[in-house]
Design a protein around this ligand. Structure first.
Ligand code: FAD
Length: 531
C-alpha cells in the first residue's frame, strides 16, 4: 500500500491501515514539522476522530477530539479553544456598529462548555504528531521523496521517484493520493478538471499573527453571547468577501481574507503584492484595523488568486484520492477537516473488509466512494456559493448560515445519539437526505434572484420571504432550535431544546434524555472503548 502525502489525512489513514495489518509506505515531498493551512475543527470532525480512535484503538485520536482531553493528554501540541462560529458584518470606512441585539453579529455555539469544545489545530504540530504515530505503528515513512511517475496496472501499482538524489521504485497493491492540491495522481492519470462546473471562486491573503486584539475589547459592551466571541472561528464578512480569524491558546492567530473576484478587482489585486492588499483591506475596515493595531505577522503575508480546485474522478481500480486532493471549495464553514476524516473512515472500512480477502477494496466500494465525494463536493460548493451571494445583506447571510448549521447539527445529534456502523458512509452536508439534499441548490437559486448576481440586497419583503423559506425548509431537521428570532442570532447548545425536539430524531422524550451523555462527548463510555 502506498500513500502520497503526509498531512493528517494521509498519515492517519496510513496508520489505520498498518493497524489492520497492511504494509504501508507513506511518501512525503517535504519534511515535518511544516506549516499547513486548514486549522479549524468542527463537531463532525471530532466525531469522526473519536470513531477512528475507538474502532482502531488509537487513544490519541480520541483524546485530541475535545479541547479538555487534548490539554490533559497533549499539552505540548499547540491548539486553540474553539467554542463555535462567530460572524460580524463590517461596512467600508465605518466602525463595526454595536447595536445591541440588533448588531450584525451571529454566534452559533458548537459545544456547551470549554472542556468538550472543538479546537483549532496548529497543523505543524498536529500533522507531525500523526506522522510520528504512523511510524510507531509500523508505517514505512519516507520524506523528501520527489515522485516522478505512478503506473497503475490492473494487478499492481508502481511508483518511482528519488530521495536525496537516489532513485527508487516501489510496487504496491493500491495507491492513495493524500497530496492535497498538489495533484500528484491527477497529473499522472490525466484526470480532467471539473472546476468549470463549480460555483465558488475566491482568492486568499493570509498569514499567522501575534498580538491580535480581541473583538470584545475593540467593540466593548456587546450583549453577552453563548460563549466569549473571540474563542471561536471568527468570520468578518466584508464587501470584498470575508476574513477568518482562528485564535490559538498561545497567542498566535491564523488569519486570512477570502476575496471574491469582484473584491479582488476592487483592490486591483493584479497589480498588488500580498502586503499591499493586506494594508488596503485594513484601511477600508477601521474595526479590523483596530484589531490588528499591535499585530505582527509571524511569516510573510501570502496571496493566492484562486484557491478552488476540483477533479472529475476520485477513485478507480487500485487508486483513490483523499478529499483535499480531489476538491477544495473554500474555508467558509470549515468543512475540510471533517470531510477528510470522513474519507479516512470510509477508506479504512473498505480496507478493513478487504483485509482477509483480496486486500484491496472492491470495485463497487470504490465507485461508491467516488460518487459520494462527487455529490459532497457539489453540496459544499452550493452551500458556500449561496453564502457568498447572501453576503449582500446580513439578514440573508444569517439565514443561509442556518441552512449549514441546521444540517450539521442534525447530523451530529443523530450520529451521536443513534450510533451505527454505517455512519461513515452517511452523506456529508445532507447528501442522501431527501429533506436536506435539495436545499443548497434551491437556496442558491433564490439568493441569485434577490442579488441578481451583483450583490443587490433585495427588498425587505424579498429578504423576509427568504428567511421564512429557510426556516420552514430546515424545520423537519432543526433539532437545535435555529432560525429563531427570539435568539437574536445568539445560539447556545441547548439540551432542553433538543429534548423538546426528540421526535425529529425518531426518539421518545425518555430515550432522548437517556441518550444525552453521548452528546457531551461521551461516545466512548456508551460503546466498547478502544480495542
Ligand atoms: C485557506 C484555507 C483554509 C482552510 N481552512 C479550513 C478550516 O478552517 N477548517 C477545515 O476543516 N478545513 C480547512 N481547510 C481545508 C484543509 O486545509 C484540508 O481539508 C486539509 O489540509 C486536508 O488535509 P490533507 O492531509 O488531506 O492534505 P494537506 O494538508 O494538503 O497535506 C498534503 C501533504 O502532501 C504533501 N505533498 C504534496 N504533493 C506531494 C507530492 N507530489 N509527493 C509527496 N508529497 C506531497 C504535502 O507536502 C503535504 O504534507 C482550509 C483550506 C484552505 C486552502
Amino acid at each position: 500500500m502506498a500513500i502520497v502525502g503526509s498531512g493528517f489525512a494521509g498519515s492517519l489513514l496510513a496508520r489505520v491501515l498498518a493497524v489492520l495489518g497492511y504494509d504501508v509506505v507513506l511518501l512525503e515531498r517535504g519534511t515535518h514539522p511544516r506549516f499547513a493551512i486548514g486549522e479549524s475543527s468542527t463537531p463532525l470532525a471530532n466525531l469522526s476522530l473519536e470513531r477512528i480512535g475507538i474502532r482502531y484503538g488509537l487513544e490519541d485520536c480520541y483524546n485530541l477530539a475535545t479541547h479538555g482531553r487534548w490539554l490533559e493528554h497533549f499539552p505540548e501540541l499547540r491548539r486553540g479553544l474553539k467554542r463555535g462560529f462567530t460572524f460580524y458584518r463590517h461596512h467600508p470606512h465605518e466602525p463595526f456598529a454595536n447595536l445591541g441585539f440588533d448588531s450584525e453579529r451571529l454566534l452559533v455555539a458548537a459545544s456547551p462548555d470549554d472542556s468538550i469544545s472543538d479546537t483549532h489545530w496548529m497543523r505543524s504540530d498536529v500533522d507531525h504528531h500523526f506522522v510520528r504515530e504512523a511510524i510507531a505503528a509500523g508505517v514505512d515513512y519516507r520524506d523528501r521523496a520527489e515522485l516522478t511517475t505512478a503506473d497503475i496496472a490492473s494487478d499492481s501499482v508502481s511508483v518511482s521517484g528519488s530521495r536525496d538524489g537516489t532513485p527508487f521504485q516501489l510496487r504496491a497493491n493500491f495507491l492513495i493520493d493524500a497530496s492535497g492540491p498538489g495533484g500528484f495522481l491527477a497529473r499522472q492519470l490525466a484526470i480532467p478538471s471539473g472546476l468549470a462546473d463549480t460555483e465558488t471562486r475566491s482568492g486568499l491573503v493570509f498569514s499567522h499573527f501575534h498580538g491580535l486584539r480581541l473583538m470584545s475589547d475593540v467593540v466593548p459592551g456587546m450583549p453577552e453571547g453563548p460563549y466569549p466571541d473571540d474563542w471561536a472561528a471568527v468570520h468578518h464578512v466584508i464587501d470584498e468577501g470575508w476574513m477568518y480569524s482562528l485564535r490559538f491558546d498561545d497567542g498566535v492567530t491564523s488569519v486570512g481574507f477570502l476575496l471574491t473576484p469582484a473584491g479582488m478587482e476592487s483592490l486591483d489585486s493584479n497589480g498588488s503584492d500580498a502586503e499591499s492588499l493586506w494594508r488596503a483591506l485594513l484601511e477600508r475596515y477601521p474595526t479590523l484595523a483596530a484589531v490588528f493595531a499591535d499585530a505582527t505577522p509571524l511569516m510573510p503575508i501570502a496571496f493566492r488568486s484562486v484557491i478552488q480546485h476540483r477533479l472529475t474522478r476520485a477513485a478507480g481500480e487500485r487508486w483513490a484520492l483523499m478529499p483535499h486532493a480531489y476538491a477544495f471549495v473554500d474555508p467558509l464553514f470549515s468543512t475540510g477537516i471533517a470531510w477528510s476524516l470522513r474519507a479516512v473512515e470510509r477508506l479504512a472500512l473498505a480496507f478493513e473488509s478487504a483485509a482477509t480477502t483480496r486486500r484491496v477494496p472492491a470495485g463497487d466500494v470504490l465507485s461508491r466512494y467516488d460518487a459520494a465525494l462527487s455529490a459532497e463536493a457539489d453540496q459544499i460548493d452550493l452551500v458556500v456559493a449561496g453564502a457568498y451571494e447572501a453576503m449582500a445583506h446580513f439578514e440573508l447571510f444569517a439565514a443561509q448560515a442556518m441552512l449549514y448549521f441546521g444540517t450539521v447539527s442534525f447530523a451530529e445529534a443523530s450520529q451521536r445519539l443513534i450510533p451505527d456502523d454505517s455512519a461513515a458512509w452517511k452523506g456529508f452536508l445532507g447528501v442522501g437526505d431527501s429533506v436536506l439534499e435539495p436545499l443548497p441548490r434551491e437556496s442558491l437559486r433564490r439568493l441569485r434572484q434577490i442579488t441578481q448576481r451583483q450583490g443587490d440586497e433585495g427588498t425587505l419583503d424579498q429578504r423576509r420571504e427568504f428567511v421564512e423559506w429557510i426556516t420552514s425548509s430546515i424545520s423537519p431537521r432543526n433539532i437545535a432550535g435555529l432560525a429563531n428570532p427570539e435568539r437574536h442570532n445568539l445560539y447556545p447548545v441547548d439540551f432542553d431544546e433538543l429534548v423538546e425536539r426528540h421526535a425529529l430524531l425518531g426518539m421518545s422524550r425518555d430515550q432522548m434524555i437517556a441518550a444525552l451523555p453521548a452528546l457531551r462527548g461521551m461516545l466512548r463510555s456508551e460503546t466498547t472503548g478502544p480495542r
